[in-house]
Design a binder for this molecule. Structure first.
Ligand code: ATP
Length: 512
């Protein structure tokens, strides 16, 4: 039975969900709310509701299990969000963790200069003005429409030359006054780009002066570097080995956007994999890119929506050997999901320099000390959360009725199983169903529902991605105690004894 059912489950298909559909589902069913909504919300901050917090927790747990528990070479840590301010001087964040910002003096809007694109409009060899657009999957079309409308407005004849968009950091000083502001559509109000540091500052202790300044961490990675020696001295790790951490990070993003994709408070899952300085870093880097991609596919993201982007050598920081981003095709365009960077020994060396402490590793074989190099896969939980929902959202027709279904991987689904007594006016049947519900909830997050027709109860579970529903009916109490297990994706039902049910759910949810 079980094998048959497994084969019948259709694979996760890419859905054509729009951000509006997703945001609406997230609000309606309690996945994500704007933060402090009753006060009008706060741009760049979100609150995760009952289902969203479960989904996020399941993503975190899946990563931790596979990255830490199921490997012999990686250990986990959990550092404080605020650390000694010198950490951020050593890491380079105080001096250089900034994005280029541009202001529109008229509308008071602020943009990230590398997300604001412009192009000259040239008709029959004559430059007649400029167009500007904000980075978006449709920005090329939008820019061409603007160019055509400018051509019409100025009544210019002749061929429009191709619109070649560049980001605003490439604008020349004499172009600033000519490029229209995206807010007003008119030129003359954009400033030159300038650096804006993304770190949130706070003060520690009762004094509010310079000496008390500290920062909310903009990444979790530094904790792995400044605790390197602590981990080496207290565990039995041997090179190559990794230190992993999951935790909140904060960046005062100039333009938070695309829902939870770019927010000001988010959660990261980062791992620093330390390798011998003479190890083949390219091989290790490639192995981690593959690991990350395979992991994303294992939790249900379609491989066809994933791609790789190699950062051009010229744009890398001087110490960086190579960075590859795993990109995901979101509804708003192909964007970075997971960055895998080969960082050499830069971070450890910086902390050695700033702290004056030895952060090295004693190699038994050669009886010598080495400062390892590192490969860093860094990903945001919220970006995975969004990619998972984009991939799982589906609309289909069941028994002539349209349904919204989240085809979430059972490992990630917030609720694993709905438990339904067929009727609510038969005490014996209710008691049987309740006992089963209590048995299942010792292992999984399951949901008890007695209200409405069975079909409606199924639909409610489909919409939140519950992979299984169990119904206790008259046959259960009058015949052999067996129950019905219904599969969300195939809508097929099978009858199983309670022990078979538990074994089947374990296999499908936990893979054991
Ligand atoms: P981006 O170029 O999109 O700003 P980044 O290259 O600065 O991202 P990293 O510093 O490499 O990002 O951070 C590692 C991961 O953390 C990213 O791949 C992403 O998944 C996540 N992340 C970074 N910034 C944010 C944010 N503002 N909101 C949500 N997740 C983020």
């Amino acid at each position: 039975m079980a094998e048959e059912n497994q084969a019948a489950v259709s694979p996760l298909a890419s859905s054509n969900v729009t951000m509006d559909m997703l945001v609406s589902l997230c609000k309606r069913r309690g996945f994500v709310f704007p933060s402090s909504e009753i006060y009008g919300g706060l741009n760049g901050f979100f609150d995760y509701g009952p289902l969203g917090s479960e989904l996020r927790r399941n993503i975190r747990n899946a990563w931790w299990e596979d990255m830490v528990h199921r490997r012999d070479d990686i250990v986990g840590i959990d550092c404080s969000i605020i650390s000694h301010p010198k950490v951020w001087e050593a890491s380079g964040h105080v001096g250089g963790f900034s994005d280029p910002m541009v202001d529109c003096k008229e509308s008071k809007q602020r943009y990230r200069a590398d997300q604001l694109f412009f192009a000259p409009v040239v008709v029959a060899g004559e430059k007649i003005g400029y167009v500007s657009v904000l980075e978006d999957a449709k920005m090329q079309t939008e820019a061409e429409e603007q160019a055509n409308s400018l051509k019409r407005k100025l009544a210019k004849q002749g061929a429009l030359e191709p619109i070649v968009l560049q980001d605003y950091t490439n604008a020349k000083p004499d172009e600033y006054a000519l490029i229209p502001s995206p807010a007003t559509g008119k030129p003359g109000s954009l400033t030159a780009p300038r650096d804006f540091n993304l770190m949130f500052e706070t003060h520690v202790g009762a004094m509010r002066d310079e000496s008390a300044v500290a920062y909310l961490r903009p990444e979790t990675a530094q904790g792995m570097f400044f605790n390197f020696k602590n981990v080496v001295d207290t565990t039995r790790v041997k090179l190559p080995f990794g230190i992993a951490q999951i935790g909140r990070s904060f960046r005062n993003e100039i333009t938070p956007r695309n829902f939870v994709f770019r927010s000001r408070e988010f959660e990261q899952m980062e791992m620093e994999y330390f390798i011998h300085p003479t190890a083949d870093w390219q091989k290790e880097h490639r192995a981690w890119i593959d690991w990350c991609k395979n992991w994303l596919v294992s939790i249900g993201l379609p491989a066809a929506r994933l791609s790789e982007y190699d950062h051009p050598k010229a744009k890398l920081a001087f110490y960086s050997r190579g960075t590859t981003d795993i990109m995901f095709e979101y509804p708003f365009g192909v964007q970075e999901l997971w960055g895998i960077a080969a960082r050499g020994d830069y971070d450890l060396q910086q902390h050695i320099k700033f702290s004056g402490k030895a952060l090295d590793y004693f190699e038994e074989a050669t009886k010598s000390k080495v400062v390892p190099h590192v490969i860093e896969p860094a990903v945001g939980v919220d970006r995975i959360f969004l990619a998972v929902l984009c991939s799982a959202y589906y609309e289909d027709v069941v028994e002539g009725e349209k349904r919204t279904v989240l085809r979430l991987h059972p490992r990630l689904a917030p609720v694993k199983c709905g438990v339904f007594p067929l009727v609510k006016n038969k005490p014996e049947l209710l008691a049987h169903a309740e006992a089963l519900y209590k048995r299942l909830r010792r292992k999984w997050n399951v949901f008890w529902d007695v209200s409405g027709a069975i079909g409606r109860r199924y639909r409610r579970m489909d919409e939140i991605g519950t992979p299984f529903c169990v119904t206790v009916d008259f046959d259960t109490i009058e015949k052999d105690g067996s129950v019905t297990l219904r599969d969300r994706d195939t809508t097929q039902q099978v009858r199983l004894s309670e022990d078979e049910l538990v074994a089947e759910l374990s296999r499908r949810i936990d893979g054991v």
